[in-house]
Design a protein around this ligand. Structure first.
Ligand SMILES: *Cc1c(COP(=O)(O)O)cnc(C)c1O
Length: 359
C-alpha cells in the first residue's frame, strides 16, 4: 500500500490515523459485532457516537451554550436554500460575492426574496476580498452572507465584514477547523465536511438558538426547517451516520494535534512555505492578492497553459495528485487542508523548484 500526497479541493485528504482506526473498526465496532454502517441510528452505540462528535466539536470551537450544532444532509449547497427559508423574515438579504459558492448561494436566495449584492470581487476574477469596513448594508436585510474561504479562488476574509449590526451568516466549508473562530460573531456558521473533516454529504451547521423557530417561509419543507432538526437532535430521519462517525474521529484527531490554535500555526507554516516559494519563483506565480490569501487553497499559474499542463502531469507522475485548478480558473491549485502533512508541502515545493530549474 502506498499513499499519495492528495491536494484535492474536496473530497480531500483525511488523517491517516483516522482512516486506520475506521478500518480497524469496520467489521466490529468496539465489540458490538457490526460496523457503524450497519447499526440503527436509534441505538445506544450510535447515540454515543453522535453525542461524542458534538461534544468534541463544542470543545474544539468553544461553541457557546446558546448555539445548536446540527448534523445535516444535502451538503453545503442545501444550506444555500435553508438559510433564506429559515431567516428571511423581511425577504431581503445582503450577499458579498467573492466567488462561485457565494454566487450560487445568492442565486438560490433569490428564489425566496430580494438579494442585494453589496460587494463583489468579480472585477478581478475574485482574486481578492473586497474592503468590507463600510458596506451599504440594507436597512431591512435579514442577514449578511459571506463565503469566508473561497475554495476555488483561494481567498479568505482577512477579517469579518462590518455588518452594521445585522446577522452574519458564513459558509466556512473549506476552512472548517483550520483556525479558531469566534462563534459569537456569527448567527449561522455551516460547513460541508468533505473539505476538512470527513466524507461528503454531511454539513455541520452551528446556529444561534433564537434563530431556530417555526417562523419560516411558507412552503419550507419539513426537512429544511432547522427547528425540525434541532428538536430531533439531528435524528429527525436517518442521518449520514457513517460520515458523523468519521467526523467525530477527525474532531478527536484535531484535538490530539493541540486544537485549533495549534492547527492554525501548522497551517500558517505550510501555506507560508508555499507562498514564499511562489513569491520568489521565476516560473510560478500565485494568483491571489497578498492580504486575501487562503491558508487552505493555494492557486498558482506559470502563465503558459501548455506548461501548466506539463507541470500537472509531471507532478501527478511523481505522486502529487489533484493539483489541477478548478475548471473555471485553470492553472494549478494546491489544497493543503489540516490532514496534509508539512512534509507533503515541503516535497511539493522541492518538486516545483526542480521543475523551475528545468524550464
Ligand atoms: C465545496 C463547497 C461547497 C459545496 O459543498 P457541497 O457539499 O458539495 O454542497 C459550498 N461552499 C464551499 C465554500 C465549498 O468549498
Amino acid at each position: 500500500m502506498s499513499r499519495v500526497y492528495n491536494f484535492s479541493a474536496g473530497p480531500a485528504v483525511l488523517p491517516e490515523e483516522v482512516l486506520r482506526e475506521a478500518a480497524d473498526e469496520m467489521l466490529d465496532y468496539r465489540g458490538c459485532g457490526m460496523s457503524v454502517m450497519e447499526m440503527s441510528h436509534r441505538s445506544k452505540d450510535f447515540e454515543d457516537i453522535l453525542h461524542d462528535a458534538e461534544d468534541t466539536l463544542r470543545r474544539l470551537m468553544s461553541i457557546p451554550e446558546n448555539y445548536k450544532v446540527l448534523f445535516l444532509q444535502g451538503g453545503a449547497s442545501q444550506q444555500f436554500a435553508a438559510v433564506p427559508m429559515n431567516l428571511m423574515k423581511n425577504r431581503v438579504a445582503d450577499y458579498i460575492i467573492t466567488g462561485q459558492w457565494a454566487k450560487k448561494a445568492a442565486q438560490e436566495a433569490e428564489l425566496f426574496g430580494r438579494v442585494n449584492r453589496i460587494a463583489s470581487s468579480a472585477d478581478r476574477t475574485f482574486s481578492y476580498i473586497p474592503d468590507c469596513s463600510d458596506l451599504p448594508v440594507s436597512a431591512d436585510a435579514d442577514y449578511v452572507y459571506i463565503c469566508q474561504n473561497n475554495t476555488i479562488y483561494g481567498t479568505r476574509f482577512p477579517k469579518l465584514p462590518d455588518t452594521k449590526g445585522k446577522l452574519l451568516v458564513a459558509d466556512v466549508s473549506s476552512m472548517f477547523l483550520s483556525e479558531p473562530i469566534d462563534v459569537e460573531k456569527y448567527g449561522v456558521i455551516y460547513a460541508g465536511v468533505q473539505k476538512n473533516a470527513g466524507p461528503a454529504g454531511l454539513v455541520v451547521a452551528i446556529i444561534r438558538e433564537d434563530l431556530i423557530s417555526d417562523e419560516v417561509l411558507p412552503g419550507t419543507p419539513t426537512m429544511l426547517k432547522w427547528k425540525t432538526q434541532a428538536d430531533a437532535d439531528s435524528l429527525y430521519n436517518t442521518p449520514n451516520c457513517y460520515a458523523i462517525y468519521i467526523c467525530g474521529k477527525v474532531f478527536h484527531w484535531v484535538e490530539s494535534m493541540g486544537g485549533l490554535l495549534a492547527m492554525k500555526e501548522k497551517n500558517e507554516k505550510k501555506a507560508g512555505l508555499l507562498y514564499d516559494f511562489l513569491d520568489g519563483s521565476s516560473l510560478f506565480k500565485g494568483t491571489v492578492e497578498k492580504g486575501s490569501r487562503s491558508l487552505m487553497n493555494v492557486p498558482f499559474v506559470t502563465g503558459d497553459e501548455a506548461l501548466d499542463k506539463e507541470f500537472i502531469a509531471a507532478a501527478d507522475k511523481a505522486g502529487f495528485k489533484n493539483l489541477k485548478g478548478h475548471r473555471t480558473v485553470g492553472g494549478m491549485r494546491a489544497s493543503i487542508y489540516n490532514a496534509m502533512p508539512l512534509e507533503g508541502v515541503e516535497k511539493l515545493v522541492a518538486f516545483m523548484k526542480d521543475f523551475e530549474a528545468a524550464h
